[in-house]
Design a protein around this ligand. Structure first.
Ligand code: ADP
Ligand code: MG
Length: 605
């Protein structure tokens, strides 16, 4: 029998390979722009006609190519970027496969002009369907221009798969945005059908975002900046109130390469947890810088997915960075704590190891995550018990009916409370002086926020302190409620509910969360179940959020509760020791500030 196996001719092999690399005009845009970036360009011009069907042209002022390289760049696996497999671990360029130009030249008519910076004369090459038509020496500008005409001219089947111009142009713009965002240090211009769409000078990240998406973005962004030896996370996230119903602008760049990652997306969404509802999408532009050896780059040529060697550490870092940025900047503008020493001191006294002072930008450390930040405080019953697990009595208190003393000795050594005037209004609001004016704190909401963060930490650590009931109590539930309780039993236990099924539809309550010991277990449980039923998240994280929030709400102090001065100070201090003091877990404001200038204006001073 005759031998049947043959090696495919190069142009056929290239055409097949092109099927992977080039799906649509936008793929060409991506490859050419990235080559220009890799060539060290400071200015890149993209010209598009008919959504890229008839022309995609990229001009750069990069290093250019020699006559030999100009010919070689269209060979398959021809690359100047790596020489051996090991080079992949130090890769900082976009390209490295040497496939793009070979693929593009197999399915389009390509014209190349290129000149090295130190040469007088450049090279022009015309190539179509992998066949070189012309190669000549030519006078041209230093740098490179690649014009790709009539994409898929020799592959009608592929041409038919292209979508409308509108759709194709959207893909082109997406690629352009990604590269332009990743490299604000490069000037970019985009000309579409003879019309200049963008002309952006080199600048910083913020300026680039504004150039691409409009002036309004300037005020919507909160800077993110965290540095460690392992990874740096910088960039911007959108303020929660500007989250959109549709997916907004969401970009991750790893070493200046756009990547898609559900995993990282989850880390960011989680940081917005109680600030943005699940149906809304905040924007983000996050730049992750990491040693290339820490990523697995060797993935499909057109895929934007990425693999980190230690993806959990990156996740934690991204989450912490965004969380902290939101906490730091989600501020009512006139709030001016910085120069007020008394309040600063109060801050400091609540900053445990794990929550560095809010007024500086501290370096992130792995132990920051999920650390339990309630510092041990002198044990005072009543008020104290509203917050601290650490001070909960370890043995059951036989006389819980006695009204606990509500006043606590307040850090006298830090100066008299008189230095920080506070005042309670209608048993509901606390008014406190700020250097630049005053703030009104909603006492219940503040308390809710404090309890919420505490609950979350306990759940993460599974370390809720329970105060044993002297006599176990029995609570009878509906069948549905019972099923629900069983479902969330681990979470309930981690918050300090010591429950066990007692047969039938009854659960036995052996212990209650220490700080809720005064509450009626039946009411508290029913409250919780009610809220859980309303919005039942399936993810563990959502469940934690809902439970922690409901618990916080059920246990928070009510309007009408009269507070002593020391209690008010304490509440405010604890509020500002929170990661996110300005909103309740359901996103309502905890405080409002008024500036002196506002008062002065109204008094016409
Ligand atoms: P890769 O980028 O993976 O190396 P390409 O097929 O995209 O593969 O490009 C092949 C080679 O052509 C590159 O390695 C580079 O040396 C050269 N090249 C491509 N575009 C440019 C450009 N705009 N300026 C200078 N050299 C370029
Ligand atoms: Mg390339």
């Amino acid at each position: 029998m005759a031998d049947l196996i043959r090696l495919l001719p190069d142009h056929v092999a290239n055409q097949i390979a092109a099927g992977e690399v080039v799906q649509r005009p936008a793929s060409v845009v991506k490859e050419l722009l990235e080559n220009s970036v890799d060539a060290g360009a400071t200015r890149i011009i993209l010209v598009i006609k008919d959504a890229g069907r008839t022309l995609v042209q990229v001009t750069d002022d990069g290093r250019g190519m020699s006559a030999m390289d100009a010919r070689a760049c269209f060979e398959r696996h021809a690359t100047s970027k790596i020489r051996e497999a090991d080079d992949l671990t130090t890769l900082r360029t976009k390209g490295f496969r040497g496939e793009a130009l070979a693929s593009i030249a197999a399915i389009a008519q390509v014209e190349l002009w290129t000149r090295e910076q130190d040469q007088e004369i450049g090279t022009r090459i015309l190539i179509e369907g992998s066949r070189v038509r012309t190669q000549e020496a030519m006078a041209c500008a230093a740098g490179t221009t690649l014009a790709v005409r009539n994409l898929f001219y020799n592959v009608p089947a592929r041409r038919q798969f292209l979508k409308s111009d509108g759709v194709e142009m959207k893909h082109v713009l997406d690629e352009f945005h990604r590269v332009a965002l990743a490299h604000p240090e490069i000037a970019f211009q985009l000309v579409q059908n003879e019309h200049e769409e963008y002309n952006m000078p080199a600048g910083n990240e913020r300026q680039r975002i504004v150039h691409l998406f409009g002036r309004k973005y300037d005020e919507r962004l909160v800077p993110v900046e965290e540095h460690t030896d392992f990874v740096n996370v910088t960039g911007f996230v959108g303020k929660p109130e500007f989250a959109k119903r549709s997916r907004g602008e969401q970009y991750f760049f790893v070493n200046h390469r756009f990547v898609r990652s559900n995993y990282l997306e989850h880390a960011v969404r989680k940081a917005y947890d109680e600030l943005v509802s699940r149906e809304n999408y905040p924007s983000w532009f996050l730049f992750i810088d990491i040693d290339p050896a820490q990523i697995d780059i060797n993935i499909h040529p057109t895929k934007t997915e990425i693999k980190f060697r230690d993806d959990r550490a990156v996740y934690a870092m991204v989450h912490a960075a965004v969380r902290r940025a939101l906490g730091r900047f989600n501020i009512v503008p006139s709030l001016d704590f910085e120069p007020e020493p008394a309040i600063l001191a109060a801050f400091a006294s609540h900053q445990s190891e794990s929550t560095p002072a809010r007024t500086t930008v501290p370096a992130w450390r792995p132990q920051d995550l999920g650390a339990f930040n309630a510092p041990p405080r002198p044990s005072v019953e009543g008020w104290q018990q509203l917050f601290d697990l650490g001070s909960a009595p370890s043995a059951p208190d036989p006389a819980p009916t006695e009204a606990p003393q509500r006043v606590m000795p307040w850090r006298e050594h830090e100066g008299t409370p008189g230095e920080r005037p506070v005042f309670q209004l209608h048993g509901t609001y606390i008014i406190a002086q700020l250097r630049s004016g005053f703030m009104v704190v909603d006492q219940q909401r503040a308390h809710e926020r404090i309890l919420y963060e505490r609950n979350r930490k306990m759940m993460e650590q599974g370390a809720g302190l329970s105060q044993a009931e002297l006599f176990p109590r029995h609570v009878e539930l509906s069948a549905a409620d019972l099923a629900l309780v069983q479902d969330v039993l681990p979470e309930l236990r981690s918050m300090g509910f010591d429950l066990e099924p007692f047969g039938g539809r009854t659960v036995q309550v052996n212990g209650m969360p220490a700080e809720a010991a005064e509450e009626d277990p039946t009411r508290l449980l029913e409250d919780l179940l009610e809220q859980l039923k309303h919005e039942r998240g399936t993810l563990r994280n959502e469940r934690h959020h809902i439970l922690a929030r409901s618990m916080a709400h059920s246990m928070s102090i009510r309007p009408g509760r009269v507070l002593a001065t020391a209690e008010m100070h304490d509440l405010i201090d604890r509020l500002f020791a929170c990661e996110m003091p300005y909103h309740t877990p359901s996103g309502k404001p905890t405080l409002i500030t008024y500036g002196l200038d506002e008062l002065n204006e109204r008094f016409e001073r």
